[in-house]
Design a protein around this ligand. Sequence first.
Ligand SMILES: Nc1ncnc2c1ncn2[C@@H]1O[C@H](COP(=O)(O)OP(=O)(O)OP(=O)(O)O)[C@@H](O)[C@H]1O
Ligand SMILES: Nc1ncnc2c1ncn2[C@@H]1O[C@H](COP(=O)(O)OP(=O)(O)OP(=O)(O)O)[C@@H](O)[C@H]1O
Ligand SMILES: [Mg+2]
Ligand SMILES: [Mg+2]
Lengths: 247, 247
Amino acid sequence: MGRILCVANQKGGVGKTTTAINLAAAFARSGSHVLLVDLDPQCNATTGVGEAPTVRHALIGPDPIRERLVTLSEPNFFLLPGSRSFEDVDMLVREGERDSDRLRRHLRDGIHGFDYVLIDCPPSLGTLTQTALAASTEVLMPIQCEYFAMEGLTQMIQIIRKVMEADPGQLEFGGILLTMYEPDLPLTEEVDAEVREFFGDIVFDTVVPRDVTLAEAPSHGCSVFDYAPRSRGARAYLELCMEVMEI
Amino acid sequence: MGRILCVANQKGGVGKTTTAINLAAAFARSGSHVLLVDLDPQCNATTGVGEAPTVRHALIGPDPIRERLVTLSEPNFFLLPGSRSFEDVDMLVREGERDSDRLRRHLRDGIHGFDYVLIDCPPSLGTLTQTALAASTEVLMPIQCEYFAMEGLTQMIQIIRKVMEADPGQLEFGGILLTMYEPDLPLTEEVDAEVREFFGDIVFDTVVPRDVTLAEAPSHGCSVFDYAPRSRGARAYLELCMEVMEI
Ligand SMILES: Nc1ncnc2c1ncn2[C@@H]1O[C@H](COP(=O)(O)OP(=O)(O)OP(=O)(O)O)[C@@H](O)[C@H]1O
Ligand SMILES: Nc1ncnc2c1ncn2[C@@H]1O[C@H](COP(=O)(O)OP(=O)(O)OP(=O)(O)O)[C@@H](O)[C@H]1O
Ligand SMILES: [Mg+2]
Ligand SMILES: [Mg+2]
C-alpha cells in the first residue's frame, strides 16, 4: 500500500490546496503513480487542475471509486473530483459512526495501487477532516508564518492525537510546512523560530516562498510545473517532494 | 435596533477576522457603541483583541448574553468571546431547526443597545454561518484578489439568497470588500475588474492593501489603530468605516 498524505489545517487560506496539487504533481513527475482526492466542498483542488466538480461525490455514491477517477493531462496523475454537495457527506458522517466507517473503507478500497495519495481537506476540524485523517498514513500541515496560524496548531495536534489513539500505528505526523514564507519580514522570522523550537524535527527544512506564480497557476488549470517550471514556487515543491520521499 | 454586520466567506484566509476586528474598532473610534461577536471555533477574533476564549460559548449557555460581554481597552468596544467547543454548537444547531431558532433569538436579544454589531464567522457555509446570517441585517464578504477566492463567491451568494428568502426584508447585501490588494500584480487587476463587472455597485470603493502591520497587530492583542495608526491598513479600514456608515 502506498503512502496516503492528508493535507489538513483548520486555519483557512494557509496553502492546503496549493500544497496538495503541487506536491502531487511533483510526485507524478518523479514517475510515481499519484492520486489527488478533493474532500473540500469548495472544490478548489478539482478546478485548480482544470477539472469540474461532480454532482454527487464518488465517496457517497454506490459505484467503486475506480470508476470515478479522472486522468489528468500530466502523466501518472489522477484525480478523484470534489463535489459542492459535500454538505451531504458532512451530514452523512455525522449521523452515525457506522457511516464514517463506510466512508473510510470506501476511501481505502479505492486508493489501492497508487504510490502516493494526497487528500485536500476543508478548513475545519469537523467530521470530514477527521474521516480523512483516519484513512491516511500521514498528515501534512501547511501553516503561514503569521500569528493566527500558530494559534490553531495546538487544537489541530489534539485532534490528530485523538485519531492516532483510536487506531494506533496507522496515522503518523508527516510534517509541518511553512508556506508563503517572506524571509525579510520580522513576523516570518519570529513564527519560524517559534514553530521550530516548539515542534522540532517534524517541521520540514523546505519552506515555500510567497510566489505569485503559485496563485496564478490554478487559473490556468495546471500545476506550477506546467505553468512556470523555473519559478521559486516550482523549485520549492520539487525540494519538498524529495524531502518527503526520503522520510 | 442597530446594524448587525455578518462578516462571512467560506473561502479560508481572505481577511474575515482582520476585517471584523478593525472595522469594529473603527466604528468604536467614531463614537458608536460596538459589539464584536466571535462565532468561529478558532477564536481568532477573541485572541486578536487580547482576550481569552470561554469554555462554553455564551450563545449555548443559559445566561443572558449581557452577562458574558467583555469590555475592551478601546472605548465603546465590547466583545462576546468565542469558544473552541463550537463543535457543540454546530451539533446543536444541526439537531433541530428549533435550536437554530433558539440560537437566533438568543443572539438577537443579547445585541440590543449596540449601534453596530460585527459577527466573525468560520470559513464554512455550515449551520453556524447560516444562523449568523439569519440574525444579521447585512452581510459583508471579504475576498482576496485571487483565482480560488472568485470561485466560491457564487456558492456564497446562493446561501445568502436562501436566507433572504426565508425571512424577507431582514438581511441585505452589505458589500464585497477586496482585501490583501496588490495593485502592481496582474492577478489583482484581473480579479478586481472581473468582480466589479460581475457584482457592480455592491463592491466597496475602498480596498484594503496588503500591509504586514495588519498581520502584526493581533499578536499585540489590539486593533491596527492602536498598533500602527498611520499605516496603510489603518487608513483603509477608516475609509471603509466611513463608506459603510454612509450606506
Ligand atoms: N506560496 C504561495 N505564494 C503566493 N500565493 C500562494 C502561495 N500558496 C498559496 N497561495 C495563494 O493563496 C491563497 C490561499 O491558498 P490555498 O487556497 O491553497 O489555501 P487553503 O489552505 O487551501 O485555503 P482553504 O482554507 O480555503 O482551503 C490562494 O489564492 C493561493 O493561490
Ligand atoms: N490586508 C492584509 N495585509 C496583510 N496581511 C493580512 C491582511 N488581512 C489579513 N492579513 C493576514 O492574513 C491572514 C488571514 O487573514 P484572516 O485570519 O483575517 O482571514 P480569515 O478569513 O478570518 O481566515 P479564516 O478563514 O481562517 O477565518 C492572517 O494572518 C492576517 O493577519
Ligand atoms: Mg483549500
Ligand atoms: Mg477568521
